[in-house]
Design a protein around this ligand. Structure first.
Ligand code: Z5A
Length: 212
């Protein structure tokens, strides 16, 4: 992460602990006196939340992977334009629960859309805009899904897929991390929440230099 850069995304499989860690990091940064904007994908604006309902609802197969990709980028475009870029321009930290890697992983590598097509769409919509740092929360898919099932909430259509799909998403995240070590940090997400949080903070402090 370059000095002063503050856009951080959290990625990984279902139940990996992204939301939990974003809350802990957001609390820490606010206590340090920083403005923090927390957002999620798909979602984060009124319209993008409507897209979220559309794309997560129903059963697997409701949308083709290409249709999902287009919906994700429509929502992402508005989120970046109206929330994320203005927040970064004000000097806020932006913590995003998923971002573009999710499309590359779920619709690209695991969903079957050719990855060069996903990259081309990203360039068309966002140019070279990307997070400064991405934490890839890595967990055995069975462990993550156990956490999701124990939450007693209705499952979305991505949480009703077969084990092979989750294995492909995990492999894809690890491949992205390997290809982009400057941006991506793999976090062992099976540890206790406070251990995971300390690990994340260590990486941020190292990369953010004098900012924290
Ligand atoms: N998707 C896509 O296909 N393409 C895209 O471009 C984008 C998204 C942007 C969004 O679902 C779905 O959209 C996603 C991919 C697809 N697939 N799914 N599902 P979502 O936002 O509803 O779900 P999620 O992103 O996977 O989040 P999640 O299931 O809520 O998990 P999480 O945020 O990683 O975990 P959590 O909510 O923090 O924790 C889950 C439970 O585990 C909870 O009860 C915690 O108390 C517990 N927990 C958390 N940390 C720990 C530790 N360390 N130990 C033990 N227990 C823990």
């Amino acid at each position: 992460m370059s000095q002063g850069a503050k856009f951080i995304s959290f990625e990984g499989g279902e139940g990996a602990g992204k939301t939990t860690q974003i809350k802990l990091l957001g609390d820490y940064l606010q206590a340090q006196g920083h403005e923090v904007v927390i957002t999620r994908e798909p979602g984060g604006t009124l319209d993008a939340e409507a897209v979220r309902d559309l794309v997560l609802g129903g059963e697997p197969g409701r949308w083709s992977a290409t249709e999902e990709m287009l919906l994700m980028y429509t929502a992402r475009s508005q989120l970046v334009r109206t929330i994320i870029r203005p927040a970064l321009e004000r000097g806020a930290w932006v913590l995003s629960d998923r971002f573009a890697d999710s499309t590359m992983v779920y619709q690209g590598y695991a969903g079957g859309v050719p990855v060069d097509k996903v990259r081309a769409l990203h360039r068309l919509v966002l140019g070279n805009f990307n997070p400064d740092i991405t934490f890839i929360m890595d967990i055995e898919p069975t462990n993550g899904m156990q956490r999701v099932h124990s939450r007693a909430e209705a499952l979305n259509q991505f949480e009703k897929r077969d084990t092979k799909f989750y294995e492909r998403t995990r492999d894809a995240y690890l491949a992205i991390a390997k290809a982009e070590p400057e941006r991506c940090v793999v976090i062992h997400a099976a540890e206790a929440p406070e251990v995971v949080a300390a690990n994340i903070l260590h990486h941020i402090k190292t990369r953010a230099g004098g900012d924290l």
